[in-house]
Design a protein around this ligand. Sequence first.
Ligand code: CA
Length: 527
Amino acid sequence: MIKRLLLLIVISISFVNCKTTKEKTIEKPNILFIMTDDHALSAISAYNGFLAKVAPTPNIDRIANEGILFKNMLCTNAICGPSRASILTGNYSHINGFYKNEGGGDFNENQQTFPKLFQKAGYKTAVIGKWHLGTAPTGFDYYKVLFNKEGQGSYYNPVFETTGNKLVKEEGKYSTTVIKNNAISWLKKQKDAKEPFMLLYQFKAPHRPWEPGPGYEDYLKDVEIPYPTTFNDDYKGRRAAEEAWMRIDGHMNRKDVKIKPPKSLTEQELIDWNKYGNEDGEFWTPDDSMSDQERKNWKYQRYVKDYLRCVKGVDDAIGEMLNYLDESGLAENTIVVYTSDQGFYVGEHGWFDKRFIYEESLHMPLLMRYPKKIKPGLSSDKLVSNIDFSPTLLDLAGVEVPKNIQGKSFTKLLSNPEEEIRDAVYYHYYEYPYWHHVQPHYGMRTSRYKLIHFYYDMDRWELYDLKKDPNELENIYDKKENVQLVKSLKKRLKILREEVGMNKSLDELRLMTDARIKRRYKVEPAN
Ligand code: CA
């Protein structure tokens, strides 16, 4: 009897073990993390903004139609490299050390990142496309990242660094196409692999200088693009906004709007001619007979059409990738994430670029599809932030989330979009004066309010009630009736700063802005 009982126990244990192993192998999801550069929510039709009808993005929208759309995914430092560093580490800029693009040195590649944790957990990992962190990618079985233009890469003739520090020049090719082809071909190579994959599929587009791909030059040619409601903002009550060099009329250069330079310029003369317009007071007009408003509108139309052409190229590349997932039978067990390193001003407040804590650059698009766990057609307006990507993806893959990650997993929102993950998000921007004279600032976004402190060489606070003033045109910080509100929000901000480990004095923060740490990029190879 005892023997039979023991035998039964042994059999049961082996059965359970066998089942667990088998289930684990089957259950590990693949991860396809798609990220573009500077893609505004208003330029993704799933968000139904002012550009949705004129320039739809059906392929990106498909991810949300078959999954979930996040309306409040917020960046913690709205500039390329720092946002990428926060996504990879799950930590704030002041913790991961990469807080500026300009004069902030390179990303410390020896620190913990989510690709490393996935690799350790048995995943095949790769990154293809834009990287922009200086040091070569670590934690990847394969990488091929844009190398030239200090890691920004170029739209045409891009140069990549690939696994083993090799350089690859893609002569005569367009970056979006190269990145798409390389990503699909890497996935094809994983077809018979036993391990699940994690691929970061990252585009340069639609970053400045907004150069459309072959075949996209005439898209929207005869259409007048609508203007955002804040296009002619006067920046009243917002000194930092007024001082920024981000205006479409005042700070866009000739290259931005693709004016053909005169022939016979020397190399240096051509560079100077192209960049003229960047700085305050560098006035130029394509036509002397234009009024101020006509000139601003003209520059906007030139800029926004090229921006949307770059977006269209990306949307098509994503469509091809989604089709490949369908054809190869991978769609069901692959988590697809679409995001951008931060938002962008597509004419809102009369601007281009990003950096500010204001809504358009603070918001990152986020669309996710995972048929096994996410019902189609969901949306969530709960607050999540870019430090939450890492713990969320690890959580979804059943990999333990290390305690030193500041972000929180938002997997709960995938089944219940109304769950609250956080009541407030802390934000901090450090870079000054390059490139756009945006004053360093920190602040907090709650579901209703935004409190901001510009501190570098001004001491200005701003407060917005997003329910009453979603476009942030009226700074209500100094209003008598808001004394109590300001007091309670400042109290929450103080605690939030403690929670994220931000204990630096204003003088220490100014020194971080003033620091000029060189990058170790190799010199761009001569073409
Ligand atoms: Ca960016």
